[in-house]
Write a protein that binds this ligand. Structure first.
Ligand code: HH2
Length: 333
């Protein structure tokens, strides 16, 4: 049976000798949680974990499209769609989308993630030509304003149009499993790529999600997708990973992933988390509408930063920026 070790990340300047730095960032670990299917977790000293895993956990991560990842980064969400669960219809007109992109950049977004297909539960697939029609002009207009642009798509033709229009990063919620032409395109372009875990397609994924052990299953999936991406010629230091909150997951699955996030550092890649305004925040807090879930979204973002997550995909840049600044100040980061 495979054994997994989750570093129990701590932060702050009072760092004991012999602790392991996590991902060259703001955290370190003195202990790890030893996890094995069918066995109770056990806390062990960090010195007990294998050397190869220590190396993967501690190595500084490469810059992402020019952004150093030794501090948490904000990815601002811009959905140029009529039906996204939170901002659907708000930014379908290019002028509105461009204005929102500029506002997020001014508020401190480090990356702008632009998508033309909703992947909310129940959403139907959008034709590639329509996705390009929505995203390409907006990307062309905002590619020079500052933050690198990422294209949120599962399709090679959409990614290709976006990269030609000035996007620098590909964000694929299907982890290169939807369109077999996407991996070679990303490899040729030398673009960084986000590989996200999902169970099922957006249309059906919330029907009956099932895992043997959600945290370990997601880890194994991402490990195999990182290996597949490398086999397709994508350099490991251009790959980042995402557990895919809400993509084929119940409330219990989402919470198990959030509580175990630091396990994913063992894959040696930067981690992205997209929890902003998602349904589980409404379920726990009672906040019915997506915008009313902002405080819960920020709380989740800070909990993720405490586990070393480097990139937070959020709708509300200004409040997230404020929260991070105060978190840094309060923790002595
Ligand atoms: N979530 C959504 C879309 N893309 N990409 C990554 N890497 N991680 C995520 O968690 C993620 C994502 C869904 O949220 P949103 O874009 O706000 O809505 P919609 O899919 O309805 O457009």
């Amino acid at each position: 049976m495979a054994v997994y070790y989750r570093p129990l990340m701590q932060t702050g300047p009072a760092r004991p000798a012999g602790t392991l730095p996590i991902a060259g960032g703001w955290g370190w670990a003195a202990h790890a949680e030893r996890l094995e299917r069918g066995r109770a977790p056990e806390v062990v000293p960090i010195s007990a974990i294998p050397d190869s895993l220590r190396a993967a956990l501690s190595a500084p991560r490469a810059d992402l499209a020019g952004l150093a990842l030794d501090t948490p980064r904000l990815m601002g969400i811009l959905n140029v769609t009529p039906d996204s669960f939170s901002d659907g219809g708000l930014y379908l007109a290019p002028e509105a989308a461009i204005a929102h992109a500029r506002a997020m950049a001014a508020a401190g977004a480090d990356i702008l993630d632009i998508g033309g297909e909703s992947t909310r539960p129940g959403a139907a697939e959008v034709e590639a030509a329509e996705e390009i029609r929505r995203t390409e002009p907006v990307i062309r207009a905002v590619a020079g304003i500052g933050p690198p642009i990422s294209i949120d798509t599962r399709k090679a033709s959409v990614a290709e149009a976006a990269l030609s229009a000035g996007a620098a990063i590909v964000n694929d919620v299907a982890a290169l499993t939807f369109d077999e032409a996407l991996a070679p395109l990303v490899a040729r372009a030398g673009a960084p790529v986000c590989l996200m875990h999902a169970q099922g397609t957006p249309e059906k994924m919330q029907a009956a999600p099932h895992y043997e052990n959600v945290l370990l299953d997601v880890y194994d999936f991402l490990q195999s997708r990182v290996a597949a991406a490398e086999a397709a010629g994508i350099a490991r230091d251009r790959i980042f990973i995402d557990p895919g909150i809400g993509f084929g997951k119940t409330l219990a699955h989402n919470l198990a992933l959030l509580q175990g996030l630091s396990l994913l550092h063992g894959l040696g890649c930067p981690i992205l988390l997209g929890a902003s305004r998602k349904r589980f925040i409404g379920t726990i807090s009672g906040a019915e509408t997506a915008p009313a879930r902002m405080p819960g979204s920020i709380t989740i973002a800070l909990a993720a930063v405490a586990q070393g997550v480097q990139i937070l995909r959020v709708h509300d840049i200004e409040p997230s920026q404020q929260a991070l600044a105060l978190w840094r100040a309060a923790t002595g980061m």
